[in-house]
Design a binder for this molecule. Structure first.
Ligand SMILES: [Zn+2]
Ligand SMILES: [Zn+2]
Length: 276
């Protein structure tokens, strides 16, 4: 490809039937071609060290990498295909070599039992009740302490949905996102993570899947990333075809109003910054 890929036609965060997506990798690649994307990366959820229906299995991880290598060749010249992994901070580091790694946090380890931020409102309510005495600010603090470890055991290319803990919190259902307890926990995790990772995705998946009104991360976090010299890229965390590039217009607008003029895109020579 002679021209740099457009950040508005790039997506490096998508799932397939190897984890919790609804399409095979090839169906997802074809959907991205139909949607006129320049770049599609599929980022399987890393195995968590225990069987879970939302992650790849160890043998599935190897098959996924082989299938992505086949698709990369098959679609060369049509769309740039990359094989990635969405590596949870609590998951063992896989042995497979990926084109890119997304660092993520989905859950808090509460004495061996995982309380997920993103499974369902019912799961969240029950987990916070059982392990945090119903105190959502205590849960949020534990969540961001877990986030703060992103980049400690492995070096991701970018950080996923930094404030995923707000997935089911639209309208302040569980906690107040303007509360200093919430904001202090988020910002101190951001400062810790930014010592190791400088790129964050603006992820529209929570808007598509959970009715959030803004992408991750919230504008106050985006402004802080910008103020600290961080960088961004756009992703739609797609689990189906219809969500590819969902509300990228809003994501780009929020990025610009936070002061970002460039976004990262992946090319065969690595990540580059292009005007947003
Ligand atoms: Zn995720
Ligand atoms: Zn994802």
């Amino acid at each position: 490809m002679i021209l740099a890929p457009s950040p508005l036609r790039s997506n490096l965060h998508a799932h397939s039937t190897f984890d919790d997506g609804s399409l095979s990798p090839e169906e997802m690649v074809r959907a991205a071609v139909r949607a006129r994307f320049d770049v599609i990366g599929i980022s399987g959820h890393a195995y968590m060290g225990r069987p879970s229906e939302w992650t790849m299995t160890p043998s599935g991880t190897r098959q996924f990498a082989l299938e992505m290598a086949r698709l990369k060749d098959k679609y060369a010249g049509i769309i740039d295909v990359y094989c990635g992994v969405e590596q949870d901070v609590l998951a063992p580091v896989p042995e497979v070599k990926f084109d890119f790694v997304i660092g993520a946090c989905h859950a808090v380890d509460a004495g061996g039992e995982l309380v997920y931020a993103d499974a369902s409102p019912e799961h969240l309510r029950a987990g916070v009740e059982r392990h945090f005495g119903g105190d959502y600010y205590a849960f949020v603090r534990a969540y961001y302490e877990t986030v703060a470890a992103i980049g400690r055991d492995f070096t991701p290319d970018f950080v996923a949905h930094f404030d995923l803990v707000t997935k089911y919190n639209e309208g302040g259902l569980f906690f107040d996102e303007d509360d200093p307890r919430y904001r202090a926990a988020a910002i101190s995790a951001l400062i810790a993570v930014m010592e190791r990772v400088r790129v964050f995705e603006i992820n529209t998946g929570g808007m598509y899947r959970a009715g959030r009104s803004v992408p991750y991360p919230a504008p106050f976090i985006l402004r802080e990333i910008r103020a600290r010299g961080g960088e961004i890229l756009l992703t739609s965390d797609s689990h189906d075809a219809a969500s590819l590039g969902y509300r990228y217009d809003l994501a780009a607008e929020l990025a610009r109003s936070a002061g970002f003029r460039y976004a990262k895109v992946l090319t065969p020579r690595g990540f580059i910054s292009v005007p947003l």
